[in-house]
Design a binder for this molecule. Sequence first.
Ligand code: ARG
Length: 449
Amino acid sequence: MSDALQWGGRFSEPPDPALLQFGSSLEEDLVLAPFDLQCSAAHVTALEEGGILAHADASALRGALQTVATEIQTGAFAAFARATHAEDVHGAIDARVRELARAAGESLHAGRSRNDQVATTLLLYCADRAAKGKRLSAQIAQTLVSQAREHLAAETVLAATTHWQPAQPVLLAFWLSAAAEPFLREARRFGNVRTDAMRSCPLGSGAVAGSSLPLGREAAARELGFTMPARNAMDAIGNRDAALDAAHAFVRSLANASRICEELILWCTPAFGYARLSDAASTGSSLMPQKRNPDPFELVRGTASSLNGHYAGAVGSICGVALSYHRDLQVTKAAIIAICERGYAALDAFARALSHLQFDGTRMSAQAGAGYTVATDVADALIATGIPAREAHARVGAEVLASERSGNLPAWPDARASVRGKATIGSTNPLMVAQTLESLQAEIAQVRE
Ligand code: ARG
């Protein structure tokens, strides 16, 4: 029986290697290794505080954990874990610590279950990734606001669409600040997710019922940065709510990125020609020599949709899980890690691709009035003179029809006059947009603090 296995005394047969392999979560949870080290160090504190571990043994264990930390960085630990066929990263770290710390190593697992470790390390991991997601979301919002500032000064106008049909002229700066808003919301959400993840520490749950050893749970929770030790061991080991929230925050951020990608992909086509992704961020065709494709935006869109499927899988995987730990939660963990890792990578690529994007303000502005986009302003002007809305709508509609038939364009205001004429809070009026950008900028600075 492999020495890395943390059980076996009551077994009379060795494990079926294929089933052991099927049950291994090592590959997916290697990314948790640094968090298990923190968790293991905090457990040493809990054992020492409870008088279960002598000071010399605690020091030996801390020294061994330090060595493993270095081995994680060099890649030597992953090689060790694979070679020992450990069931998971927790068993592998325990095995390595026993090698390094000899006698003291035999006591690291006192009063501890992998159930406690899985729950605690997943929270530490999710809190870490949420912090990274927050930084990235704020950075994306900032990039969009900076681009908006530039185009506000140039008064670049754009035909806003609904149903992809020309609707009304707006400033490109207005579109860009509309794109920035969700990322400010995502930055805040990631921050809340992090706070939630760090509220309640499962370490010391003793697999399900709490421990009869006097573990210093308060000290361990504090050392890890949690607000308090979890108050119900059974809930703590099976609770995946904050981890699912972290995954969901990535899924929703990507959904928001994907919506922007969808529009930018069209803008990058020669038919639109509103935007150009630099050569450094585009890819070519192996057959059609003229092609330049905005692949990063398409990959972000595809990843958003695929990770949404992973998220449904993660939630689905807990539905049949009774209170406490059941092995299904290993599948939940794998889905959550995949979402956080791939979600972060896609969000990072989105941020990078945005910085490679140039808007063609001249072309965009030239098209802003096409499709009778100022018709609403013409109708509003009639309403302002006292004409009932229904009649104004019908009159302007008739003018559009007549113009379409005759090919003569009506003498209507242009797109820039339309945006300047908007009067409501939250509108595309350049003065409003300037104010919006200022408050967006202030809020971005606040979340970045
Ligand atoms: N590899 C397992 C996981 O990732 C560790 C927990 C095992 N606990 C147990 N009681 N078998 O979830």
